[in-house]
Every structure is written in structure tokens, then in C-alpha cells.
Design a binder for this molecule. Structure first.
Ligand code: GTQ
Length: 351
């Protein structure tokens, strides 16, 4: 065959296939062979992009929301951090949602519960509290607070400053599974059923009530991990030899089981000593980071940022990650790792 007739034959075959695809589409069928490579990729190829939110530059815009709508009107006054590769999806990774929640002095965000699990990471201001199933906790910068699935929670601000925290929820996972339920509590503010600190005293001090047992996947009763305690650990271990990929990195656990605090979201704290450079690292759990303290250069795929305190950035699945700390740097992060681990899907590459 001549080249010209081969080209003709190819064009005609393509045309026949196209017509066939159009015909079977009416029967709600579509050919696998056109999409197999995308459906079963050789390695993760997330549509999520590396992205940075510089809170110091965004703070005024967050506060502006406080002049446009009350916390009560909004139910939750939150600016969603939307991944630029996932526009319109209210998602920061394929599985996770993140947002900056603002509560002004005197305001309350009314009590409700939902099957989505939430975490709060306190960034700015003092005097707010979150109540989880009848116990309040005062929110302080760096505190990691959880709201497990189907627990009632409300927020309030008894102080004199605006308070902003980062919300992390598994909203996209629950949406994907079509497993979302939500309801309002009978009253906007939950009655205090236990004094502040009760859960931490009972479950957060290497002890549990004598007759207390949990299933491995149950969320922890410790719903606040105070930054003061995290810092004690980080400061203590920071004199040791850092791990080449992580520096000094700890994962938050349910102290009663050793599992992640919630079954869908894992959380981590990390110290990079001044002058330390991490080796490149990849993992399948797309991860949201907050720089709490310090100064570092981070590269995520083809992006590089000079990190300052309050910067929030996202590392999508399998994007190579590398840090160079100019000063002692403290990072908080969260991801869907517990989901992937429980399904046998989680992978990492320590390069
Ligand atoms: O605080 O309950 O950012 O229900 C999104 C949904 C926060 C919350 C969010 C929520 C909440």
C-alpha cells in the first residue's frame, strides 16, 4: 500500500470508530480502550495543582467577610481554599476541603452535626472556643482540634479579637461516597456537659477510664491537641538527629488505639532545624501544610516558595516535595493518609 492509501485507511477506520462510539453512546456505553491509560495511570496524575495561600496577604480579605455577613447568617463564615486545578469543586485536594473560618467577638456559629469529619488549626487571634459534644475548648494558636463525624459542634468568640482558624474536612470523600447527613442542634449553643479540659484529663494523659474500650477505627475522645504540648515534644526531640526526609516529624494519634485521631484525616507536626535540607519525597496522600513558625524554601513539583509564618500550601499526590529551612521551622499538615492506609493504597517514595 502507498502511504496515501494507508492514511486513507486510517482515516476511514477512525471515522467508523467515531460513528460507532456515537451509536453506542445512545445506549450509555463508551469504549474503554479510548480512556484506559487515564483510568489506570502508571502513577498518580492528580488534576490538583501545587498552590500557596499567604495568610498575611489574605487576612484583610478574610476580615472583610466579617463586614458582609454575620457568623449566624452564614452558619459558618468560611472562605474556602479552592485548588486552582479543581475550580468549582470546593476542594483543596481530590479528597479534602480546606477553608479559613472567621468568628468575631460576641459571635456564635450555631451548633450542628454532620457525617463529615473536621479539624481546626488555630491561626490568628485569641478568645474563641469550639464545643464538641458538650465540652468547650479555648482555641489557641497552633492548637489542633477535631470534630469527629456526627458530633455536635458550635463555635463562639468570648474575647475582643477576630479569630481565624483553618478548617480541614473530608467533604469531597463524603460527597464521593454519597454518605452525607447533617442536622441542626436544638439550641444554637450547646450546654456545657463537662468542664473544659475533661476529655484531655480522662483520655489525653496516657490513661483512659478503667472500663473504656474503642474499636480501632473509632475517633479519639481527645478532641484537642494543645500546641503547648506539641511544642514540648518538638523542642525536646529537636536536639536529636533529623530524619533525612522529614526532619523531626510526628503524627497525631488517638492515644487509646494508636490510630489516626479520625478515620479519614491524618495530621502531623514537623520541625525542620535551621540549615536543614530534606531529601525529595513523594507520597500518594495529597497534603495541606501550614507554616506555623520559621522560614524555609519549599519546592513542590515545579513550584518553589519562600515560606513565612501563616503560609498555607498544598502538595498534591505524588508531587516531589523538598524543604530547605533557613531558620528553625515548624509545620502542621493533614492528609487522607488513614483512608489510603486502611485500603492498602498508600505509597511513598523516599528519594
Ligand atoms: O465548622 O462545622 O469549613 O460544617 C465547612 C463546613 C466548617 C463547621 C467548614 C462546616 C464547618
Amino acid at each position: 500500500m502507498t502511504t496515501a492509501s494507508t492514511a486513507d485507511a486510517n482515516a476511514s477506520q477512525k471515522n467508523q470508530r467515531r460513528q460507532y462510539y456515537d451509536r453506542i453512546a445512545k445506549d450509555h456505553m463508551t469504549p474503554l480502550w479510548e480512556v484506559l491509560g487515564a483510568l489506570v495511570p502508571k502513577q498518580p496524575n492528580s488534576p490538583a495543582l501545587p498552590a500557596l495561600w499567604r495568610y498575611a496577604d489574605l487576612r484583610e480579605k478574610v476580615l472583610e467577610a466579617g463586614r458582609l455577613i454575620t457568623a449566624e447568617q452564614a452558619e459558618r463564615r468560611v472562605l474556602i481554599l479552592e485548588n486552582p486545578g479543581l475550580a468549582g469543586q470546593s476542594a483543596i485536594t481530590q479528597s479534602l476541603y480546606a477553608g479559613l473560618q472567621l468568628i468575631l467577638p460576641g459571635e456564635i456559629a450555631p451548633a450542628h452535626r454532620h457525617t463529615q469529619s473536621a479539624l481546626r488549626f488555630v491561626m490568628d487571634g485569641e478568645g474563641a472556643y469550639t464545643a464538641v459534644d458538650g465540652e468547650r475548648t479555648t482555641m489557641r494558636r497552633g492548637d489542633f482540634i477535631i470534630t469527629p463525624s456526627w458530633t455536635f459542634h458550635d463555635h463562639g468568640n468570648l474575647g475582643d479579637q477576630p479569630v481565624v482558624w483553618l478548617d480541614g474536612l473530608d467533604i469531597p470523600v463524603v460527597r464521593f461516597l454519597d454518605a452525607g447527613f447533617a442536622e441542626h442542634a436544638p439550641s444554637a449553643s450547646q450546654d456545657a456537659m463537662r468542664p473544659e479540659g475533661d476529655a484531655l484529663a480522662r483520655y489525653g494523659n496516657n490513661m483512659v477510664p478503667v472500663d473504656f474500650y474503642q474499636e480501632p477505627a473509632d475517633p479519639t475522645r481527645v478532641f484537642v491537641y494543645p500546641y503547648a504540648r506539641t511544642l514540648e515534644s518538638l523542642n525536646q526531640i529537636a536536639s536529636g538527629k533529623p530524619d533525612p526526609h522529614f526532619g523531626h516529624k510526628l503524627r497525631y494519634v488517638n492515644p487509646a488505639t494508636g490510630a489516626s485521631p479520625m478515620p479519614t484525616i491524618g495530621a502531623f507536626t514537623q520541625r525542620l532545624p535551621a540549615g536543614f535540607e530534606t531529601r525529595p519525597y513523594q507520597s500518594t496522600d495529597g497534603t495541606v501544610y501550614v507554616c506555623l513558625d520559621g522560614e524555609a524554601t519549599v519546592s513542590v513539583g515545579d513550584k518553589e516558595w519562600h515560606l513565612q509564618p501563616d503560609d498555607i500550601f498544598v502538595v498534591p499526590s505524588w508531587q516531589p516535595l523538598k524543604f530547605l529551612a533557613q531558620r528553625d521551622t515548624t509545620l502542621f499538615s493533614f492528609s487522607d493518609r488513614p483512608i489510603q492506609k486502611s485500603l492498602g493504597l498508600w505509597r511513598e517514595a523516599r528519594l
